[in-house]
Write a protein that binds this ligand. Structure first.
Ligand code: MN
Length: 351
């Protein structure tokens, strides 16, 4: 296969082969490697961690996958996740792993605070910290930083790292399905503007391993419970508000709504994109009351509407131009809705 196209396109980014080679040497010489991601891990977080761990394993290098908390059940099929450790469930064990690590590889997040309760242990770990990520404005806490905010997923960057190591002909199916999953989930199944020729070149190489992509889609998206489907129906029929003047849609779910449908982590995945799919809607907000009294927010937008900036300025949040998250602690869902109503023209502009 001719790899020049891929190499040239990515050569201008951070992942140049010489640095990749230096990384590979360090990995070979390390005794204890830990790979982790952000809290509430999504497909890209779990996919990048497991993709890298599985690839290292295939090359005889052991790395321990750890996460701040559990990931949704529709990602449990990913090869290798059965040995993952979760800080929320076993803080002593995970903090020990972080403390004893030589190299701590942080994937799909741009600052230690994104790891929630694991933040302090991560900051205090004496390990060399590597960050591979595609969020804007990475915090300075790493010894090595591979950051490309233009890239659609961290999994695509993991592929590029493996490419830099000269290993792409050796990627096995366990690695390929994990990397494929993260690219798939972070690009809305390959539809967002972040998808490039390079993304499809990466997918080509992953499919060439013989991996079963239809099964990846089915296991990730087609395992919904009745509760989840009905929660989505309820949210769309009872909890959706639209402001046509600014092309904004918002879905708000209270704790009681979640309890009614026996909410499990991951059950509200995709709701914000349904709101964004309405004709005339250019931005969508999903607000979810959490049991600690805070309201978690997800933002999506199309085109130049910068929801990352809105989330950062008003909701202690961050993310990407068209997909961001934040938190609201100043009041109830009603207060939040009133705030959005009042600020919507400033934030989203009139159509
Ligand atoms: Mn990501």
């Amino acid at each position: 296969m001719d790899l020049n196209g891929i190499i040239q396109e990515r050569a201008s980014a951070t992942m140049i082969s010489e640095e990749a080679s230096a990384c590979w040497l360090e990995l070979q010489n390390a005794d204890r490697i830990v790979v982790t991601a952000h809290r509430s891990p999504d497909g890209d977080a779990v996919g990048s961690v497991m993709g890298l761990v599985n690839h290292l394993k295939s090359k005889g290098i052991h790395a321990s996958p750890v996460f701040p908390d559990r990931f949704p059940s529709n990602l449990k099929w990913m090869p290798g996740t059965e040995v993952a450790q979760f800080h929320e469930e076993n803080p002593t064990k995970v903090e020990g792993l972080l403390q004893d690590a030589d190299i701590l590889i942080c994937l799909d997040f741009n600052g230690p605070s994104r790891t929630g309760g694991m933040e302090q242990a991560l900051r205090e770990s004496p390990a060399k910290k590597w960050v591979i990520d595609h969020h804007q404005n990475p915090e300075e806490f790493s010894d090595r930083l591979f950051s490309d905010p233009a890239c659609g997923s961290t999994c695509e960057l993991i592929f590029d790292l493996i490419l830099g190591w000269g290993h792409i002909e050796e990627i096995n199916q366990d690695t390929a399905v994990c990397i494929y999953t993260g690219i798939m989930t972070d690009t809305g199944s390959f539809r967002f503007p972040s998808v490039t020729v390079h993304t499809h070149e990466v997918l080509m190489h992953l499919l060439a391993t013989g991996m079963n992509h239809a099964s990846v889609h089915e296991q990730t998206f087609d395992q919904q419970s009745i509760d989840q489907v009905q929660l989505h129906g309820f949210a769309m029929s009872e909890r959706l508000k639209v402001w046509p003047d600014v092309g904004l849609a918002m879905i708000s779910l209270a704790q009681a709504d979640l309890e009614r449908f026996h909410y499990q982590p991951g059950d509200t995945e995709g709701l914000v994109n349904r709101a964004l799919g309405l004709a005339g809607v250019r931005a969508a907000i999903f607000a979810k009351e959490s049991h600690v009294g805070a309201i978690k927010l997800s933002f999506r937008s199309v085109g130049a509407i910068d929801v990352r900036a809105i989330a950062a300025a008003n909701f202690d949040g961050g993310g990407h131009t068209n997909a961001a998250g934040g938190i609201y602690r100043a009041g109830t869902l009603d207060d939040l809705e009133a705030l959005v109503e009042e600020q919507r023209r400033d934030w989203f502009g009139v159509i």
